[in-house]
Design a protein around this ligand. Sequence first.
Ligand code: SAM
Ligand code: SF4
Length: 348
Amino acid sequence: MSELANRIPDRIEIGADAVPLVDTFKRQISYLRLSVTDRCDLRCTYCMPEAMKFLPRKEVLSLEELYELANGFIERGVTKIRITGGEPLVRRDIIDLINALGKRIGYGLEELTLTTNGTQLAQHADALAKAGIRRINVSLDTLNRNLFAKLTRRDALPQVLDGIGAAKEAGLKVKLNAVALKGVNEDELPDLIAWGHGQGHDVTLIEVMPLGDIEEERLDQFLSLADVRGQLEQRWTLTESDHRTGGPARYVDIAETGGRLGLITPLTGNFCAGCNRLRVTATGQLYPCLGGAERVDLRAALRSEEPVRNLAEALAKAMKIKPEKHHFRMDQRGAEPAQPRHMSMTGG
Ligand code: SAM
Ligand code: SF4
């Protein structure tokens, strides 16, 4: 696969009446998280089991199909697209898709971003910057190499740190995302925050969500960010920040590090009222809510005889079924996950 950008027209229309996507709670959709693969080169213990079964490749959308879908969303008012996965940078020729989408920046698309585990970032950082990406999220839960290896089941911390360094060199603004895990990286979080801020990166902490079966007990992993905040306040001066990105994070400034810390609290503080996003999996399933079972099949629409009409219908259905909020709970040992899908499947 190459020259994707030359082979795909600059615009595809979804319906002549390309009206914005607005759900039944009057939330306008402007943000798409597009998963380009369910595969990954790490096996984070909170995300998936070691023996994770990945999808047969034939079920996954081609890069051309992903591009067509993304363009369709741009036509319907999506201004920000985040490429995610699985690990997006393990998908072959992914840079072709990113280059092609990069050409839409300024033409309907305001921002193209990426979430990555960083293992392949050193090879790709320059290409990402050249494609027009300005900011990326890198998931990093600890700076302790042994703990990293235990947590991700792969000894890859040096590659990830090289990748973060390369991204900075390439001029990409890096945000570090860390999932807070009880008794696992709990004690490491201050070092991670201090290091990130020292390097000029924003840092965001996330509460673990009950998505997909893993080998561990979710309840044992769960650490409330209210508790983390209490711990951090014993060490540093935290003040509420007005900073907002339109996403679920709330921010505090840390006087001593001079940096900003984001807190994403799906369990202890619901943030769904302002939800502006949709998620599409690598097989073209559109999930209007990360925590819900509702979905529409965009792949079937895309591959049908009348893709334009069927995609428009599928998106109209998605707007009808997008739920008001998720219903995550984390109060019962041995409970079934809120959804059987792993985060790597839906696209985190
Ligand atoms: N592989 C890439 C990465 O790790 O950045 C992108 C996909 S990953 C699924 C996206 C984000 O989801 C990561 O920041 C990861 O830590 C987070 N994540 C995965 N499983 C989670 C869970 N059960 N609860 C909360 N966050 C989770
Ligand atoms: Fe892979 Fe990201 Fe899941 Fe870790 S969180 S296993 S890096 S998809």
